[in-house]
Design a protein around this ligand. Structure first.
Ligand code: CTP
Ligand code: CA
Length: 228
C-alpha cells in the first residue's frame, strides 16, 4: 500500500532549488567564482523529487551530471540566477537557496580580454555588490517556505542566527566550511539547522543525501505540507 502522505510527503509541492557557485565574468575569458561543487544543492533537488515534489533546479556551472526527472535551468552569474528565481518564485512552495552566490561582481563589463599592463605594477579590480537573491525573495514571500544556507569559517551559531533573522528565513542550514568533511566540495556535510520555530539542532557528519533528507524532514515538521 502506498500512502502518499508518508511515502511522498512533498507530493503536490513545487520546490525550487538553486545550486553551484555563480561565475562573474571579468572579461570574455576570466571570472570570479568560489569552490562550491553544487553537490549539496543537487542532493536537495534529488531528495525533494524522491519525496514526491515537482522540482526546478536553477544551477550555476558544476561538474555534476544533470539530475533526472526535474526541470533544469542553467545559469552563469548571480544576476541570471536572480532572474530565473524571481520568475519561478510565485509558483514555488519551497525555495531552497543552496547556491554559493557571488557577493560581488566586476563593476564594469569588459568586452575585450584584459591585457597585461607592462608600464604599471599590479592590477586593481573594482567590484560592486550583487543582489542578495535570498533576502530579496524572503522579504516578499507570500506562503512560500524559504530555506537558506550559510557557509561560515568562524562563529557559526552567532553568524547563522543573524542571517536567519536578517533574511526572514523559515530554515537556515549552516555549515562550518573550515572543518574537514564539511561543506564545500566533499560528499559529506555536517550542518546546524536553525529556525524561528525550534532550538538549533546539529547533525552528525553524514552523506549530503542524508543531510538533504534531514533538512526536508525538519521543514515538514514545521508544517510546510499544510502551509498552502
Ligand atoms: N545568497 C543569495 N544571494 C547573494 C548572496 C547569498 O541568495 N547575493 C544566499 C545564499 O544562497 C545562501 C545565503 O544567502 O543561501 C547565505 O549565503 P552566505 O554567503 O553564507 O551569506 P551572506 O549573506 O552572503 O553573508 P557573508 O558571505 O558575508 O557571510
Ligand atoms: Ca556570501
Amino acid at each position: 500500500v502506498i500512502d502518499a502522505a508518508t511515502d511522498l510527503p512533498l507530493h503536490g509541492k513545487k520546490v525550487l532549488v538553486t545550486a553551484g557557485g555563480t561565475r562573474e565574468m571579468l572579461d570574455p575569458v576570466r571570472y570570479i567564482s568560489n569552490r562550491s561543487s553544487g553537490k549539496m544543492g543537487y542532493a536537495m533537488a534529488q531528495v525533494a523529487r524522491e519525496m514526491g515534489a515537482t522540482v526546478t533546479l536553477v544551477s550555476a556551472q558544476t561538474a555534476l551530471p544533470r539530475p533526472q526527472g526535474i526541470q533544469y535551468i542553467q545559469v552563469t552569474s548571480a544576476a541570471e540566477m536572480l532572474k530565473q528565481v524571481e520568475q519561478a518564485f510565485a509558483q514555488t512552495d519551497i525555495l531552497v537557496m543552496a547556491a554559493a552566490v557571488s557577493d560581488y561582481r566586476p563593476a564594469q563589463v569588459v568586452t575585450q580580454k584584459i591585457k597585461k599592463q607592462a608600464a604599471e605594477p599590479g592590477l586593481t579590480l573594482h567590484l560592486t555588490e550583487t543582489t542578495d537573491i535570498l533576502k530579496k525573495l524572503a522579504t516578499q514571500k507570500q506562503n512560500q517556505y524559504v530555506i537558506g544556507f550559510a557557509a561560515e569559517t568562524q562563529n557559526l551559531l552567532a553568524n547563522a542566527e543573524k542571517k536567519l533573522a536578517a533574511k526572514k528565513l523559515d530554515l537556515l542550514v549552516a555549515n562550518d566550511v573550515s572543518k574537514p568533511g564539511v561543506g564545500f566540495n566533499g560528499d559529506t556535510n555536517q550542518v546546524t539547522l536553525l529556525s524561528p520555530y525550534a532550538t538549533p539542532v546539529t547533525t552528525a557528519v553524514l552523506p549530503k543525501l542524508a543531510i538533504a533528507k534531514a533538512v526536508f524532514k525538519t521543514a515538514l515538521e514545521h508544517g510546510i505540507a499544510s502551509k498552502n
